[in-house]
Design a protein around this ligand. Structure first.
Ligand code: 5GP
Ligand code: MN
Length: 329
């Protein structure tokens, strides 16, 4: 922590970034860190390769996030919620060449990239770590920063329901509410402003659920056709996997999202897919995602792959064939 504070105190032009297809923690940590560094008088650029999902655009400062940047003019990069540098997207190589790269993350699979790391795998969210860092840097946590920190914790813990929900989640949320966060206002934006198309997409996604013969694995798919039919985007698939995970006896839920054709290969039915994995705690899905070049947490992980759908499903079922035997029996 002291080394990072020293790096940030000495920095003047800072690029703050987080992973592509950002979730609430990636947007929240990017904004909280960016607002805090700006309050310290630093020149900061907030960057994410992907558009900010509509449900997070209410977050203070989100209009400052840019999607194009000249990466040559920074002395420091702060990379948030990324287990490896490739997660930032196409600016990866440029970030790697920056004099100082600060890696702040909570993934078990963190590759320890960068010149200094603040990786705490017990943290429920990257915003938990950012909260401690901002406090240690003695930057006052105003309502705007507090809203970003709270939203990261709220969304990464699945509203305080997932296994990563720890005491800090409640302690910090309590403090953020004391700093002016309105939990109802945040919940309304994050969970109460879905488009009709998103609800219709939920219907199609639920209908796609398949269960393995032993009922331990559920598979859900979201295709480009479904998005077209409902007038939605991939960001609208966020969180759908939790329905597949809730099914009785299911240990691992798999969600296969077909990426737009421009991002991948479409010959011979091979497509670019993003695969999300969720576990009930008995299977380490970070290990499975790592086998496919991805990563994450023991109970929530993901990877990207180019494959045909039947081949991908067969590979996943094969890798998880151990799930056939209940752990401990
Ligand atoms: P999701 O399934 O929601 O995309 O991601 C679940 C978790 O796995 C998140 O913590 C996310 O950062 C991580 N994750 C998802 N996709 C990838 C990937 O392609 N590479 C790595 N390293 N982590 C991923
Ligand atoms: Mn996170």
């Amino acid at each position: 922590m002291d080394e990072i504070i020293c790096c940030l105190n000495n920095a003047s032009d800072i690029l703050v970034t987080s992973h592509t297809a950002p979730d609430g923690d990636a947007v929240g940590s990017l904004l909280a860190m960016g607002l805090a560094l700006a309050a310290m008088g630093k020149r900061v650029v907030l960057y994410n390769e992907s558009p900010i999902p509509a449900v997070y655009r209410f977050l203070p400062g989100s209009e400052r996030i840019v999607h194009e940047v000249d990466p040559s003019r920074f002395d420091t990069a702060v990379v948030l919620d990324c287990s490896d540098l490739a997660r930032v997207g196409r600016i990866r190589d440029a970030v790697e060449k920056m004099p100082i790269v600060v890696n702040i993350d909570h993934h078990i699979t963190n590759a320890e990239f960068g010149t200094c790391q603040l990786v705490e795998t017990d943290a429920c969210a990257t915003t938990e770590i950012v909260y401690r860092l901002i406090t240690a840097m003695k930057v006052p946590i105003d309502q705007d920063i507090a809203t970003c920190i709270y939203t990261g914790i709220l969304t990464d813990t699945g509203s305080f329901r997932f296994s990563n929900t720890n005491q800090a989640a409640f302690d910090i949320s309590h403090r953020m509410i004391a700093s002016g966060v309105n939990p109802f206002h945040v919940a309304q934006h994050v969970y109460g402003t879905y488009s009709l198309g998103r609800i219709k997409l939920l219907n199609l996604a639920l209908d796609s659920i398949e269960i393995s013969p032993n009922r331990k694995i559920s598979l859900m798919s979201v295709t480009q056709n479904m998005l077209r039919e409902t007038g939605t985007q991939l960001e609208d698939a966020d969180g759908l996997i939790n329905y597949a995970k809730r099914i009785q006896d299911v240990r691992v839920a798999v969600m296969i999202q077909e990426m737009p054709p421009e991002n991948g290969v479409s010959q011979n039915h091979r497509r670019h897919y993003h695969v999300s994995l969720r576990s009930d705690g008995t299977i380490d899905v970070a290990a499975i995602a790592t086998r496919f070049g991805g990563g994450g947490h023991a109970n929530a992980a993901g990877f990207s792959v180019v494959s045909t759908l039947p081949e991908l499903k067969a590979n996943l079922l094969q890798l998880m064939s151990g799930v056939e035997t209940p752990v401990g029996s």
